[in-house]
Ligand binder design. Structure first.
Ligand code: KG4
Ligand code: ZN
Length: 357
């Protein structure tokens, strides 16, 4: 089985081909970072136009690197939400056109399901496949959720952020320190040389029951801390110390919330074995270490995708397509993209969560 995947929901234009036997035949990513950097964040109109320019060469290149003709494909999958609608439309229309011309199934993939199932493509440290069910911490620029993954399309949400996503808090804090966009990787790098105990930052919701998240207070305290420093640009050492303190606070919150979630997961699935972390923030190695020890303390193993498959990519979309196709699912060409598309439609919206629930 071979599936072409297309991802255009945010600021990466990506196409990939993966097989039903968990092989990535090609994985092309065109990042729009340079287009958005001057604005310090993703500008939806700029993104949509850039996707339109990049999509055809990227798809062609993914097919060439996989050494395949369209007639060799079993299906074409595209992110159909959630995300910036202009970009999503570009990917979905491209996939529908390919499906229509080459008479192959079209699969509308939930971007979050792409992140959620990536570990089933990449496996554990030895490359062994990951079985359902598992507990998932999904942490990206737009989402921060804990979910039980019981199968493709089968999710039970245990908690979500009531304000900002963690990636967003990384990005906004980085911006306040003058570290540029995206903030996550830079904060991680600066934190390596910093003192994590220099600044006293809050750990919102820690020790509270449940597993919701809140990061806006942490972000506000970063701003206040910067304002309390001597006027002028923040010094390199202050940046490093603040990044290290921020990352430690974020790690403490994730560890606390995940511990509660593991207890809830094991109540529902007493033989559950795996905590998975996915999404852009899962690229952070210090946070992975924290999560790894929380998991181990409760008898679980932490599994994360390789760093380059944590941030947005199309291999994860193609793989979600494989999983759906194996179950006999595909979608009509009339499928309408969904800018909002929760993985667990039964979960009640979190108070104050706005569009991020
Ligand atoms: O999954 P992703 O590529 O896009 C969304 O679906 O949101 O995640 C992007 C987010 C950004 O907020 C970025 O700052 C964050 O992931 N990120 C990181 C790291 N690498 C990317 N955050 C912390 N540490 C990192 N190393
Ligand atoms: Zn993503």
């Amino acid at each position: 089985m071979k599936v072409l995947g297309i991802e255009t929901s945010c600021d990466e234009t990506a196409a990939a081909v993966v097989t039903g036997a968990r092989t990535i035949l090609s994985n092309e990513v065109h990042s729009q970072l340079d287009d958005h950097r001057p604005y310090g964040g993703v500008v939806p109109e700029v993104a949509a136009r850039a996707h339109l320019e990049a999509i055809q060469p990227i798809v062609r290149s993914a097919m060439e690197k996989a050494a395949l003709e369209y007639s060799d494909l079993d299906a074409v999958a595209a992110t159909a939400g959630p995300g910036l609608i202009g970009g999503v439309l570009v990917g979905v229309m491209t996939a529908k056109a390919i499906a229509s011309v080459h008479k192959i199934p079209f699969i509308a993939v939930n971007h979050l399901e792409g992140h959620a199932l990536t570990v089933r493509l990449t496996g554990d440290e030895q490359g062994k496949p990951i079985a359902f069910p598992y507990l998932l911490l999904l942490v990206s620029g737009g989402h921060c959720q804990l979910l039980i993954v019981e199968g493709p399309g089968q999710y039970k949400r245990l908690g979500t952020t009531i304000d900002d996503a963690l990636g967003e808090a990384f990005d906004k804090s980085a911006k306040m320190m003058g570290l540029g966009y995206p903030g996550g990787p830079t904060v991680e790098r600066f934190a390596l040389n910093g003192n994590p105990d220099r600044f006293d930052l809050p750990r919102p919701l820690r020790k509270r029951p449940g597993c919701d998240f809140s990061f806006s207070g942490l972000k506000t305290k970063v701003r206040q801390t910067i304002e309390s420093l001597p006027p002028g640009p923040v010094s390199e050492q202050d940046k490093s110390d603040l990044c290290a303190s921020f990352q430690k606070a974020a790690g403490d919150v994730l560890a606390d919330r995940c511990a509660n979630a593991i207890d809830m997961f094991l109540k529902r699935h007493p033989n559950g074995q795996t905590l998975v972390v996915a999404g852009g923030v899962a690229a952070n190695l210090e946070l992975r270490q924290r999560l790894s020890s929380v998991a181990a303390n409760r008898g679980l193993t932490l599994v994360a995708p390789p760093v380059h498959l944590c941030t947005d990519n199309a291999a994860m979309i193609a793989w979600a397509g494989v999983e759906r196709l194996k179950l006999g699912h595909s979608d009509p060409l009339t499928f309408r993209p969904r800018p909002r598309w929760p993985l667990d439609p039964d979960a009640a919206p979190a108070t104050g969560a706005g569009v991020k629930a």
